[in-house]
Design a protein around this ligand. Structure first.
Ligand code: NAD
Ligand code: ZN
Length: 361
């Protein structure tokens, strides 16, 4: 059986297209009384973004904090907060949720849109296709490019037991607004780490056993764009990185990521290391799986004068190694994509632990 997967229904791209947000969402408003919720990364608290958003009577801006990557607990708290606010306004449910920010803020928006219409805690839905009801209309506006969250069918959450996404067709945004002007002030390190997330998506997709022409077509274009952005510094780097992220996300949508992502999830879970930098730390130790990609990645680091964090935890405990290995091994499709159907015979717990030790020293 071939996967029949959902893609984002509507996309607008271009410098300044964020100005069309009001026009786009107003078509979804049933009446003047309906409410839209804007979940905005609080890094923009003192920036002019909020002045560019037209609020209708019952709309709300909720500033979200992403110092920690999205946790199920935070999703549940935001969902309850929105429901309470709506009740006070005698609105049953908001008409839509608009997420503005990097991968974390976009994932928060996707998860909240899902949890407004699904009972219980978001931790109950971490996995594949566990969501029962369609989400409310949700829009993604990336302000940082690389994760591909704007096109993916997952929202990655850290829960009480695992770091695992809510993967479902309902997770996919209904609309995305790709405005390269929004990413121009991203600090250099963050720009690089999140951009490398995209580069690694491409390498893992293009070298994986799940590869097909669909994924290859998107992956190769994304890889070309990453090479331009991170090795040649073109004038239109922001436009190119934004499209690389989109294409990279499309590539893994019909294939999968691999060893680097499987290991990086463990680093995030135990040490709270953010996705982009965690991927870079892991990828830098994976010559034996992705020799050419790792060599080029080091060239990109050198070109952009990036130094990875070192000495993260040279004395990592046995318990920590066990937890990281457990988190990593849950991600079976990633291992299968990277190493083939017999992956369980190839990758042992000892091997994973030795890779983690290398990353943390
Ligand atoms: P992020 O969203 O965590 O943001 C990193 C930092 O950059 C934050 O401090 C944020 O406030 C700041 N920031 C965002 N936009 C900015 C801007 N324009 N100017 C200045 N600062 C800005 O980083 P990310 O790498 O985009 O996202 C990582 C998250 O995405 C992780 O939670 C990861 O699990 C998730 N992810 C999701 C998917 C998916 O398909 N859903 C894929 C990969 C990663
Ligand atoms: Zn990633």
């Amino acid at each position: 059986m071939f996967r029949n997967f959902k893609v984002v229904s509507q996309v607008v791209f271009g410098r300044g297209c964020f100005n069309q947000l009001d026009d786009i969402i107003s078509k979804k408003r049933e009446s003047d009384a309906t409410a839209m919720i804007f979940l905005i990364d609080d890094v923009f608290l003192n920036k002019d973004i909020k002045n560019r958003i037209k609020l209708a009577e019952n709309d709300e801006i909720i500033w979200v904090n992403v110092d920690d990557e999205p946790k199920t607990e935070y999703i549940d708290q935001l969902t309850a907060q929105i429901k309470k606010k709506m009740k006070l306004k005698s609105v049953s449910l908001p008409e839509g949720v608009i997420g503005i920010g990097g991968g974390s803020a976009m994932d928060l928006a996707k998860a909240v849109a899902l949890m407004l219409t699904n009972q219980g805690s978001s931790s109950e839905y971490q996995g594949w296709d566990l969501i029962k009801n369609p989400a409310v209309y949700h829009v993604g506006v990336p302000t940082l490019s690389g994760t591909g969250s704007e096109v993916s069918r997952t929202t990655v959450l850290t829960g009480p037991e695992k770091k695992l996404g809510i993967n479902s067709d309902y997770t996919v945004f209904d609309q995305i607004i790709l405005d390269p002007e929004l990413i121009k002030d991203v600090p250099k390190q963050q720009w690089f780490y999140t951009g490398m997330d995209c580069y690694i998506h491409c390498i893992e997709s293009l070298t994986g056993t799940y590869l097909n022409t669909f994924s290859q077509s998107f992956g190769e274009k994304s890889l070309d764009l990453c090479r331009e952005v991170f090795l040649e510094n073109p004038d239109d780097a922001d436009d190119k990185l934004m499209m690389a992220s989109y294409f990279g996300g499309m590539s893994i949508a019909y294939s999968q990521v691999g060893v680097c992502h499987a290991l990086s999830y463990g680093l995030s879970y135990v040490f709270g290391i953010h996705h982009g930098v965690g991927n870079c730390i892991a990828f830098n130790c994976l010559d034996e799986y992705y020799a050419e990609g790792v060599a080029e990645f080091r060239k990109m680091m050198e070109t952009n004068k990036i130094e990875l964090p070192a000495n993260i935890c040279p004395d990592v405990s046995k318990k920590q190694l066990k937890i990281m290995t457990d988190v990593s091994l849950v991600l079976e499709p990633l291992w299968e994509n990277a190493l083939g159907k017999n992956w369980k015979k190839i990758i042992t717990r000892e091997k994973i632990e030795s890779l983690y030790k290398k990353m943390l020293r």
